[in-house]
Structure formats: structure tokens, C-alpha cells
Design a protein around this ligand. Structure first.
Ligand code: NOJ
Ligand code: CA
Length: 679
């Protein structure tokens, strides 16, 4: 028997996972989170994450599929160092003015062992930044003679949840890009999800997986593998390789936010903190503001983008909007359909768009002058319909035209099916197709931002690449879409459900500001389709869904019918000293309190789902020692989005920070409060 034993032992060793060796460990400044790096069998490396000693992320592998082979096995730790960082930095505009960036960092340097099947060892570092409310890590490829360029076919980064979890997610690689309703399923039922992906594990911890600083790289989605493993699924490039980079380079940060409550996710500044500081200098030329526009009428189909009898972007009609904006203190007027290219089937062919001249019935310079006389700026619109190279060729002249006319915010658009972006590297050359979130588009957006910044123009992208916090580095990237916005209330099939915004607050909004375009006080979409919302909820959205530019999206004549509600929209701030999530559950309800910059006023917004809520809310966020007049806009008795959406009450009351208030939300309802200091 004896001679057989070694063979048996070998067999057993192959079948059982070998012991993992700890390579390094780093904890967050407050010792809340800890990351451990370990080496697994066959020299694979993995990381795991604990929160207060409890496993949150089980051992999860790191690595790549490169053009010259898998970079994953036979990897050896050749050095490590750690450091600490603590600074408070200021946002030029934002949901809060001051942000603390406090983390411990671990840098681990790896090298392939000799004999890995090639005559040179490839080298890379993994850098972890560990905060009390989450972690970020990225791969850094130093310059190395044997690998001048990396062709990344896939990233093998894993995120393995230690426990079963519930997930809120939208699918990746589907035709309508990010404009899907969030599904709530067990983690085990995720297919391939976009990020941010929100999870709640069965111990109640809330977790969000996303990325920060997506620059010159492919966007990361998450594909579910065996069991609870989620693996990075990079967006492909037009030529089949996801990323091509010359060394040295860094990947974006892979981020995992972890908190006890849903509110902790929405309070975290992890994504912004992991981005580089402002690279474009002073942006005091950008003014956070509200805007109106020739827009909702287009979605209602009472006016058209195309020229003709129903053309919305006429000189006369735009003057009407400028007058309305001036009369009510709104700075911007967006005009869509102002340029040639909209006649015919524009979404099938953006090649006809001309961004350098208006249509004959739209006198751009005259309107710019007319607005300037009243303190109103036109907001530009560049719908590309995905003819992106065609757009880029016109970009310098297009931005110059706008800059000459005082336009300092431009809304861009990339309407086409996912994967159908048209890239043409030289005029007349072959047209290649790219994804909205591929490496080429990540660079396209930065080309637009840099050229716009040089002319003091801010950008609001629709059908964008996802937000990864680049507004810190490029603070002229002020807002974007990247989810189902209000347009789905006009014509969505199905329309946005009552819980949509309470879901967005803990999913899409974790990435950054959204140009949701709230304020549809008529509560009706195309052909009278009802919004799944009460009147009070439309007001609450201005506080709940952060953006430094907020549209006052309904028609002027509709606001005239609701002067009480309209007063809140006129009063609400758009730029904040601080922001807090008072309470909330993903997809059920959420309450925000935000303090306006400059004025000392506070605003509260709360939105719910299809059920009534009575939320006992302490006002302890108010400045101590001050008294406030609370102007309360709430659902009236018996309000319900289905059959009584306009039931609405406005009342005032004097309060201080020791008081409490019960927010009664109707089905599909909300509440909005302005707190005016009395001193
Ligand atoms: C989709 C955008 O989200 C919407 O706001 C815009 O009106 C249309 N595209 C046309 O550009
Ligand atoms: Ca859209």
C-alpha cells in the first residue's frame, strides 16, 4: 500500500483549495474596514474586505487577460509600502462645499515568476485606498521594457460577496443603454449589470460597487459568475480589444462603498475623493442655476424639433421662454431643434447635423442679445445621434459660435442604440462602431470637456458615459443623464413607477449629479398619460435628485395654473453648503436635507413609493440656536397619484433644531420644505 500514498496525497492536494497566504493587510483610519491581500494556489492573488471583523467581500481574484496571455497565475509579491492621507478640499459647486479625504493606502508590487511561459516577467502594482466608508483599488502598470503596450482583452477583477444579498441593478449591453428600470433581485439572479450596483447583504449591510476616474479606459460592468462571484466585464472596443494603453498607465479605481444604512451610501464622498483635483483651473464662470426650455413640448409632440409649422425653436417662441425665465428668476433657456439636421429620421442618421449655424427661423445672435438684456443665457444643445466623429470635426466652430453668444452651458446627446456610436478616424475613412462606455468614448467626452473649458462652457451630457466623479477634475462636467429621466413620464412604456426616484437616490445618484428634469406640475405626459406622482413630489425632486443645473421642465402655461407649487420651484436652491440623507430605504423612500450656499436657508425633500409613509423626522440638521420659518409643501389629505394627484397643501410653521416633523407621503407622493432663518 505504502508506495501509493504519495500519489493519493498529490491527488488530494489538487482537489482541495490550498491554504491562502496573507501577503499584506491595511485597515481604514477609524479601523472600520480592512483589506487583506493573499496569495492563493498556483500563485494567484486575491483581496478580501472585512467591516468591523465581519467578512463583506470574500477572497476575490485580481488579474487580466492581455493580448500576450493571461496575467493571473505565478504572480509574486516583490514589495509593499503603506501611507496615510488626510485633507479637506473644496468643491467650486456641489452637494457639499467641503469634503474630507481621509484614507490609508497600501501599495503592493507584483511580478510574474520566471518560467511563466515567456522570457520576461510582467510587473504591476495594486494600490488600495481604504476609507471608513469604502475602499478603492486600482492596477498601476509601471514602464517596463518588455511590455511597451498593454492590450487588455478582459479584466479578471472579482467582487465576491461574502453573504447572500439583494441587488438593485440595470442590465448592461442592452440596446437602451442606461435607460432601464432598476430590477430588485437576489444577487444570484444578476446577469450582467451596470455600475453603480447596489446590494444589501443578509446581515443588513449596504454595498455599492462602482468605479472612479474612468479615463482612457473601458467602462466596467459586472457579470455574475459561479455563485455569488461578480467579475469585471469591460466594455469592448470597436476592434475587439477592450483597452489599448501605452505603459505606464493606471486603471480606473474599482470602488466598494460599505455602510450600515442605505443613507450611508448616499452620504459617501468616496467616488469624488478618488478623482484627481481640478485640472482646468478657475470655474467661477460657471453659475449653478435653474433653466427652462423648448423641451417638454417636444416630448409631448405639441411642438417639433424638425422645422415646419410646429417647429419649437423659433425666435418668437424662444422669446416667450426668455420672458418667462426672466420674470421668475431662472438663468437659462435650453433650445432643442435650433440647428439643421432634425428634419427626417435624425436618430437613424446624425450625419446631417450642422452645429455651426441655426435654422432660418431661429435668430441666435438676436435671441442672445434679447436674453442678455434680461439676465438670461441661452443653453446650447448638441444632439449627435451618435455621429460622434462628425460632431467632433465641427466642435471648435460649434463651441466658438456658442461662446460668442454668451452660451455657457451645452447639453450634448448621444441617442442611438448601444454599440452604435460612429467613429471615423479620418474624414472619408471607414466608419467603425463603438459602445457608449468604451475606451474611445471615455476619451471623446474628455476631448469635448477640454475644448469646452477653454471657452468657459459647461457640459451636460445625455446618453452619456457613466459618471465616475470626473467633475472633481473637470468641474465643467456639471451634469448628465444616464438613467431613465422625466422624458419617460412623457412617453415611457412603461412610464417611471412611483418608487423610481427613491431607487435612483441609492443607485444611479451614487455616481453623481443627474439632469433628471423635474417639475412637471401638470402631472401629464403625452396624450394625457398620468405621471406616477403627486404634485408635492414634483417639488421634492429638486432636493432629492442633486444637479447644479435643474430644469424647470414643464410649460410656462402649466406653471401659471399652479402658482403655490411654482413658488417652491422659484425658491429652491441649486448649490449646497452641505447635504445629508436623513433616512431612506432603497426603492421605498428617501429624505434629504441640504443647506443652500450663501443664504443660510435649508431645504428638505422626501419622496416615497406606491405606499403611504409617515416619517417622523428630527430637524436636528438645522443650525443650533436659530429659528426658521418652515414653508411646507405636502400631499393634501386623500392625495394619491392614481386618482387624486393634485391634492396639495402649503402651510408655514416656526421651528428650530430641537423640533420634529412628521412627513406624510401619499402613494406616489412627496414633501418639500424651505426653512428660512428668522434672524
Ligand atoms: C434624449 C434626451 O434625453 C432628451 O432630453 C432630448 O430631448 C432628446 N434626446 C433629443 O436630443
Ligand atoms: Ca435620454
Amino acid at each position: 500500500m505504502l508506495p501509493f500514498l504519495p500519489a493519493l496525497a498529490l491527488l488530494l492536494a489538487a482537489a482541495l483549495p490550498a491554504r491562502a497566504d496573507t501577503l499584506a493587510r491595511i485597515a481604514s483610519p477609524g479601523d472600520v474596514l480592512a483589506v487583506t491581500l493573499e496569495s492563493q494556489h498556483e500563485g494567484r492573488i486575491a483581496y478580501r474586505v472585512e467591516r468591523k471583523g465581519q467578512a463583506v467581500i470574500a477572497p476575490s481574484r485580481l488579474g487580466f487577460l492581455l493580448g500576450d496571455g493571461r496575467l493571473e497565475r505565478n504572480v509574486e509579491l516583490v514589495g509593499q509600502s503603506s501611507s496615510s492621507f488626510d485633507e479637506t478640499w473644496e468643491q467650486p459647486w456641489g452637494e457639499r462645499r467641503l469634503t474630507r479625504n481621509h484614507y490609508n493606502e497600501l501599495r503592493a508590487s507584483f511580478e510574474e515568476k520566471a518560467g511563466a511561459g515567456r522570457d520576461y516577467p510582467r510587473r504591476f502594482d495594486v494600490v488600495f485606498r481604504v476609507y471608513d466608508d469604502g475602499i478603492g483599488f486600482r492596477y498601476e502598470f509601471p514602464r517596463q521594457a518588455a511590455m511597451p503596450q498593454a492590450r487588455i482583452r478582459a479584466e479578471l477583477t472579482e467582487f465576491t460577496l461574502a453573504r447572500p444579498a439583494t441587488a438593485w441593478w440595470i442590465p448592461a449591453f442592452e440596446w437602451n443603454r442606461e435607460e432601464y428600470l432598476y430590477q430588485r433581485t437576489p444577487l444570484k439572479e444578476i446577469g450582467t449589470a451596470q455600475t453603480p450596483l447596489t446590494l444589501r447583504d443578509d446581515s443588513g449591510l449596504h454595498i455599492s460597487i462602482h468605479e472612479a476616474a474612468l479615463v482612457d479606459y473601458a467602462g466596467m460592468n459586472l457579470a455574475r459568475g459561479d455563485g455569488d462571484v461578480l467579475r469585471a466585464a469591460l466594455t469592448p472596443g470597436g476592434d475587439g480589444v477592450a483597452v489599448v494603453r501605452t505603459l505606464p498607465f493606471n486603471t480606473p479605481w474599482r470602488t466598494i462603498q460599505i455602510g450600515e444604512k442605505a443613507a450611508d451610501l448616499a452620504e459617501s464622498s468616496l467616488i469624488l475623493n478618488l478623482n484627481e483635483p481640478n485640472a482646468i483651473g478657475d470655474v467661477s464662470w460657471f453659475t449653478p442655476a435653474k433653466y427652462v426650455g423648448v423641451w417638454w413640448s417636444l416630448h409631448l409632440e405639441t411642438e417639433t424639433w424638425a422645422t415646419g409649422p410646429k417647429h419649437g425653436a423659433t425666435t418668437e417662441n424662444t422669446k416667450r421662454y426668455i420672458d418667462f425665465a426672466a420674470a421668475n428668476g431662472f438663468r437659462g433657456v435650453l433650445v432643442e431643434g435650433w440647428n439643421p439636421g432634425w428634419d427626417g429620421n435624425w436618430f437613424a442618421d446624425g450625419g446631417g447635423f450642422d452645429f455651426t449655424r441655426p435654422t432660418a427661423d431661429f435668430d441666435l445672435p438676436a435671441l442672445a442679445r434679447y436674453g442678455a438684456g434680461k439676465g438670461v443665457h441661452l443653453i446650447g444643445h448638441h444632439e449627435t445621434a451618435c455621429a460622434v466623429s462628425h460632431y467632433e470635426r465641427q466642435l471648435p466652430a460649434a463651441l466658438a459660435l456658442y461662446a460668442r453668444n454668451g452660451v455657457d452651458v451645452v447639453k450634448t446627446g448621444y441617442v442611438c442604440d448601444a454599440g452604435d456610436i460612429q467613429r471615423q478616424d479620418e474624414a472619408g475613412g471607414p466608419v467603425r462602431r463603438e459602445w457608449h462606455e468604451g475606451q474611445w468614448m471615455s476619451n471623446h467626452h474628455l476631448r469635448v470637456l477640454r475644448q469646452a473649458a477653454a471657452r468657459h462652457i459647461a457640459i451636460n451630457s445625455h446618453e452619456p458615459i457613466k459618471d465616475t466623479g470626473l467633475r472633481r477634475t473637470y468641474p465643467n462636467w456639471v451634469s448628465r443623464e444616464g438613467a431613465r429621466g422625466m422624458e419617460f413620464a412623457a412617453w415611457g412604456n412603461p412610464p417611471n413607477p412611483p418608487e423610481h426616484e427613491a431607487t435612483l437616490a441609492f443607485t444611479r445618484m451614487l455616481a453623481g449629479p443627474m439632469d433628471f428634469t423635474p417639475g412637471i406640475v401638470s402631472l401629464k405626459g403625452r396624450n394625457g398619460q398620468p405621471l406616477r406622482s403627486t404634485l408635492a413630489k414634483q417639488l421634492a425632486l429638486y432636493v432629492v435628485l442633486y444637479s447644479p443645473i435643474q430644469m424647470v421642465a414643464d410649460l410656462p402655461e402649466h406653471y401659471a395654473q399652479h402658482p403655490d407649487a411654482f413658488q417652491f420651484i422659484k425658491d429652491v436652491a441649486v448649490d449646497w453648503e452641505e447635504s445629508h440623507v436623513l433616512d431612506g430605504e432603497v426603492g421605498e423612500y428617501v429624505t434629504f436635507a441640504r443647506k443652500a450656499r450663501g443664504s443660510g436657508e435649508w431645504f428638505l425633500g422626501s419622496v416615497g413609493d406606491d405606499h403611504p409613509h409617515a416619517l417622523d423626522t428630527p430637524l436636528s440638521f438645522l443650525d443650533p440656536g436659530r429659528r426658521y420659518r418652515a414653508e411646507i409643501y405636502r400631499d393634501g389629505d386623500g392625495a394619491n397619484w392614481r386618482d387624486n394627484p393634485f391634492a396639495f397643501a402649503r402651510e408655514t410653521r416656526e421651528v428650530g433644531n430641537g423640533d420634529r416633523i412628521t412627513l406624510k407621503l401619499a402613494p406616489g407622493g412627496g414633501a418639500a420644505i424651505r426653512f428660512v432663518p428668522l434672524d
